[in-house]
Structures are given as C-alpha cells and as structure tokens.
Write a protein that binds this ligand. Structure first.
Ligand SMILES: Nc1nc2c(ncn2[C@@H]2O[C@H](COP(=O)(O)OP(=O)(O)OP(=O)(O)O)[C@@H](O)[C@H]2O)c(=O)[nH]1
Ligand SMILES: [Mg+2]
Length: 432
C-alpha cells in the first residue's frame, strides 16, 4: 500500500458555517451545498450550520443581501464558528467586506478546493501545479483589487504618483508574476521527464487506458481491484478513501491479463462541479495521460442520485483539457448499493454496472477493455525462418501466441496480433 498521503488529522477540527446563494442559475444548488460540506470536511472543518438565500442577482458588495449579512453574523456568533465558507468565488472586495462585517475569517469555494489540493499534493509536479493555480488565482484577485482602487480615484501612470495601497499591490503583483515564470520553467522540466517516460511506454506499444470521473466515484478502488486481481502486489496499490480529492497524482500500472494481453491503467485526479478553471489548467500535465489514452473508463457513482450530473461534469472537464474523440466505457460503479437484481449487468459493449469494492463485474469489464483496445487485432499464421529470430521475439512480446511449432523451414506461429503486423511481416505468411 502506498504511504498515507494525507496530512495528519488535526486534534480539533475547525467549525464552519456554510453560506450559499441560490440565484436559480444552478439547477443543482442543493447538491452544490452538500458538496461544499464535503469539501469542508476534506479540509478538516466540521459543518456547524448552513445559511442559504434565494436572490436573483449576486450583491456586488457582499455577495449575499445586506440584511442577510447580519443574520449570518449572528448565527456565526451563536454557533461559535471559526470560519464562514461561501459556495462560490468571491471577488476581492466581497471578501474584504464580508471579513470586516462578519468579524470572522471568510473562505470561498475556490480557495477551499485550492487548499485541499495543496494539503494533498505529494509529488513535485503536483506541488508545482497547485502553487501555480493558487498564485494565478491570487493574481486575478490583485488585478481586481487594483481596478477597484483606480476606480476609486487612485491615479495610474508612474509609480510615484500612485497611492501606497496601489504601490504595494503592484509590487505584490510583480513578485507573483516572477514566481509564476519560475514555476512554469520548473514544470516544463518535470513534464519533459514525464514525456521521456511515456515515450518509453509508447514504444512498447501497450494500449493506454485511463480512469476518469467525478471525485469519490471509485476510480482508485477500481484500480486497486485490478492490481489485486492481475498483479497481486500490495505495494502497487493506491490510496482509496471516502473523501473528496483523495487522489491528486497520476499513477500508472501495467495490468497484465496473461498471454501477452496487457494494458497500462492510469488513475488520476477526479473532477467536481465548479472545479476552478485555473486548477484544470495547472493540472494539464498530470492529465496528459488522459489526453493520450486509447480508451477512457468513465467511473460513475451509480448510487448517487445525481449521477447524470457527474457524467456531464466529467464530459465538460474532458472537453476543457482537450481529451475528445477517445473511445469510452461507462462504468456504473457502486451498483451494490442500488438494489439491482444481479451484478454485473452489461449493456452493449460500452456500458456495465459493477461493484469495484466487491469485485463483481471485474472479469467482464476486463474483457470489454481488451475487446476495445485490441479491436484491430487479427488471427494469423506465420512461418518464420530460423535466421529471423528477432521477428519471433517480436511476436512473443507483442502478440498473443496460441501455438508454436518447430518445422524444417522455420518456426510456425499461430497468433492474434495487430493488423499492422500482418502487413509488416506479410512475407512470412505467404510461405505456405
Ligand atoms: N459500496 C461501494 N463503495 C465503493 C465502491 N467503489 C468505491 N467505493 C467507496 O467510495 C469511496 C471513494 O473511493 P475512491 O476509489 O477513493 O474514489 P476516487 O474516484 O478515486 O476519488 P478521488 O481520488 O477523490 O477522485 C471509498 O470509500 C470506497 O470504498 C463500490 O463499488 N461500492
Ligand atoms: Mg482516487
């Protein structure tokens, strides 16, 4: 089992009050609030209370209505909360105003997600990516603050004619921009290393399969089930946990199902509703495995009543990272929780109901994966002369060999191999 990646749980969790504004624009408002609670939990905060308001437009100064601010303040006092968390991205001035009026630290959804990511980031790459996303978010807020200041009458132009606040903002901004340039350079280095690794993998021509889906859907559990069945190596398992964003890095395992049929399985970061745009961008290189996959496995938590929304968010995020036109299998996971007659249940060749936890449906799913990634494989027979040993080795490594027979003219191989290999080694098929 991989080393526990979560930071140690603090002795005492912070108490949080959640605040949401229902403008009617988000049909999944309630779910978004539930999810905010889960995000808070993942940041070691306990939810002491929830306040929501229905209002068509966001208040520019306080996000919620002025009257509601007082209500939140009183409620926060009564509950003795340490922090108030808003279910959206707050503008810099909203954040400042709310903090002042509520007399309590204030966080927004985006910052919460960024905090979880920075707590969990383990590899150098993930750490660099999270820092980039955080700084970019900060920078966008500084720009916002700067605009607000200049609107208030602060002069622009040379530094000397600017107010103290403006000067400080500009210095902060330069510092951040400088760090971002450094980060970008470091990230480039890391992704070069990654490219060399994946090129090596690519040259072995092993099909690439990537697990994708909503956070907590069971991607890592499925990865571990595959590792257990085909590799039987506890060391190769990844962290699975009932917590949002348990996985932040990409882990690739070579799943060898026997007889030269294998595929590379990648487990990676999950997606969520309102995933900060900057974070998706910053995680570009981690998500590279997804973009280059031959097959995507959509893992869906079928026990979630909003599972369709999960699929939608996954599809949108995949679009955003440019992982389009890749064949996919839809895996309706956690079906053990959904009183179904029997499991697994396969529907056509790209949809299956399984339980990654109990292992029900694993063999059927593996079969579907192999069918998809070895789709253009054909049956063929070759007679390879004894002096062409390298061709025999090639087939031993890259094809499914059913029979081999030592004849006078050479070695006869009966195989299932890539259609391209039949063309490439066509001369040896014609010798009969
Ligand atoms: N009942 C049931 N629980 C499951 C199943 N698959 C996963 N789980 C549970 O769901 C929780 C989340 O599982 P993970 O595998 O960590 O989810 P993930 O998709 O990797 O999540 P992130 O890494 O956060 O994106 C864990 O508590 C698992 O035990 C299943 O088939 N049935
Ligand atoms: Mg995971």
């Amino acid at each position: 089992m991989e080393e526990e990646i979560l930071k140690p749980e603090p002795q005492e969790w912070e108490k949080a009050l959640l605040v949401g504004l229902d403008t009617g624009a988000d049909e999944n408002f309630e779910r978004s609030m539930d999810e905010l609670g889960e995000l808070a939990k993942a940041c070691y905060m306990s939810v002491a209370g929830v306040v929501t308001q229905k209002m068509e437009a966001v208040n520019k100064a306080h996000y919620i209505g002025t009257g509601k601010v007082q209500e939140v303040k009183e409620y926060a006092k009564a509950l003795e909360v340490d922090i108030v968390v808003f279910d959206d991205s707050l503008t810099p001035s909203q954040l400042r105003n709310l903090q002042r009026e509520l007399e309590t630290p204030v966080l927004d959804r985006t910052t919460l997600i960024l905090d979880i990511f920075s707590k969990r980031a383990k590899t150098r790459e993930a750490k660099l990516q999270v820092e980039t996303a955080r700084l970019q978010y900060l920078l966008s807020r500084l720009v916002g603050m700067h605009e607000a200041l200049t609107r208030q009458g602060g002069a622009s132009g040379s530094m000397s004619s600017k107010g103290a606040g403006e000067k400080k903002l500009e210095l902060d901004r330069r510092k951040i921009e400088k760090r971002l340039v450094e980060l970008r350079r470091e990230l480039e280095e890391v992704s070069k290393e990654r490219e060399t690794q994946s090129k090596r993998r690519l040259s072995a021509r092993i099909p690439k399969v990537s697990l994708v889906g909503y956070t907590n859907a069971g991607k890592s559990t499925l990865m571990n089930a595959m590792v257990e069945r085909y590799l039987q190596d506890e060391e190769k398992k990844v962290l699975e946990k009932d917590m949002l964003f348990a996985t932040l890095d990409t882990t690739v395992r070579n799943i060898n199902t026997g007889n030269n049929k294998e595929f590379l399985l990648a487990d990676t970061v999950g997606f969520i509703h309102k995933l900060p745009h900057g974070l998706v961008k910053a995680f570009r290189s981690t998500l590279e495995e997804v973009k280059n996959a031959d097959l995507l496995l959509y893992v869906i938590d079928y026990s979630d009543k909003d599972y369709k929304q999960q699929i939608k968010v996954t599809e949108e995020t995949l679009q955003e990272i440019g992982a389009v036109n890749i064949p996919a299998i839809y895996i309706y996971n956690k079906a053990d929780l959904c009183s179904m007659d029997s499991l697994p249940k396969q529907v056509g060749d790209n949809k299956i109901y399984i339980s990654a936890k109990s292992g029900q449906g694993l063999s059927e799913l593996t079969e579907m994966i192999l069918q998809a990634v070895y789709a253009d494989y054909v049956q063929a027979e070759f007679l390879i002369p004894y002096d062409k040993g390298q061709v025999v080795s090639y087939f031993m490594e890259n094809a499914q060999v059913f029979e081999q027979e030592y004849l006078e003219a050479g070695i006869r191989l009966s195989v299932s191999c890539h259609a391209a290999d039949v063309r490439k080694y066509g001369q040896y098929t014609k010798m009969y």
